[in-house]
Design a protein around this ligand. Structure first.
Ligand code: G1P
Length: 298
């Protein structure tokens, strides 16, 4: 079985749900506590053993490439002012030289098209895909969990979570077959189905390990939901010839592409940090008490 060495992180999306903040700043650079959203996906990938990350970018995203570069002026200033802890923290976040590539998706045509843009850099080997809007919280990191199942099964493995049955039209939804290890066989995949047409309420949560044959399928994939080239539609065709498994995630994903998910992520990560949890907990309690008083008075 070939090792999964490379990961694709698509960062070309327009972020219209976060306007006006995303008018001049990529949505992937919005901070969850003090790190940009994209940093969480990069950490998760390297922690799962990935050696090289391919970012699929677009216009107005150059700041993401700069973020993963050295910043000599900042380093000089931190050195001069003796801020060694901050300097070390910054350096620990930097990928080693040569561990990143940046590919342009010249026009937004959907997730399937963005992934297809990475085909030359990935080549003929299995790869991971992380959608950075979905920020992994708890568990061992979602990619590490699906990599464990992949080590037993090979083939293709995606991570899933349960969603509210009324919300299936927001996601790709899978059908459940026989149990395999800690996961199960995928019997169907439907992109954004109405609840009546959803094969279950297990949704694809944004972490994938895929075989390279997906690229030729994406190359001739017809447009699907939202008139976009959908990755899920190409995965359906891949599953006709290859094994396909799903692994329920033991933590949870915060959808930082939505305002509610973004706020949830900020609160959850702040409450998980020793340097902040007490102050944030007290603040939340105070907010709730004030809110309740307002509701009672109304
Ligand atoms: C994409 C995928 C979908 C998946 C979702 C997770 O949709 O197409 O299958 O469930 O990410 O966030 P998007 O959010 O790009 O519409």
């Amino acid at each position: 079985m070939k090792k999964v060495r490379k990961a694709v992180i698509p960062v070309a999306g327009l972020g219209t749900r976060f306007l006006p903040a995303t008018k001049s700043m990529p949505k992937e650079m919005l901070p969850v506590v003090d790190r940009p959203v994209v940093q969480y996906a990069v950490d998760e990938a390297f922690e799962a053993g990935i050696e090289h990350i391919v970012f699929v970018t677009g216009r107005n995203k150059a700041v993401i490439e700069d973020y993963f570069d050295l910043h000599p002026e900042l380093i000089g200033t931190l050195e001069q002012s003796g801020k060694t802890a901050q300097l070390q923290a910054l350096e620990s976040l930097l990928p080693v030289a040569g561990a990143t590539s940046f590919i342009r998706q010249q026009s937004p045509q959907g997730l399937g098209h963005a992934v297809w843009c990475a085909r030359e850099v990935i080549g003929d080997e299995p790869f991971a895909l992380l959608l950075p809007d979905m920020v992994s919280f708890g568990g061992r990191g979602c990619l590490a969990e699906i990599a464990d199942l992949y080590a037993q099964t090979g083939g293709n493995v995606i991570a899933v979570e349960r969603c509210d049955p009324t919300e299936t039209s927001k996601y790709g939804i899978v059908g459940c077959g026989a149990d395999v290890g800690t996961g199960f066989e995928v019997t169907a995949m439907v992109e954004k189905p109405a609840p009546a047409n959803a094969p279950s309420n297990y949704y694809i949560n944004g972490r994938y390990i895929l075989q390279p044959e997906i690229f030729s399928l994406l190359g001739n994939q017809q447009r699907g939901a939202g008139n976009e080239i959908q990755l899920t539609d190409a995965m359906v065709r891949l599953a006709q010839n290859q094994a396909f498994f799903a692994q329920p995630f033991n933590g949870c994903m915060f959808d930082c592409g939505s305002k509610e998910g973004f706020i949830q992520a900020n609160v959850a990560f702040a409450l998980s940090r020793d340097d902040m949890k007490e102050a944030v907990f007290d603040m939340l309690q105070e907010f709730v008490r004030t809110h309740e008083r307002r509701v009672e008075a109304a």
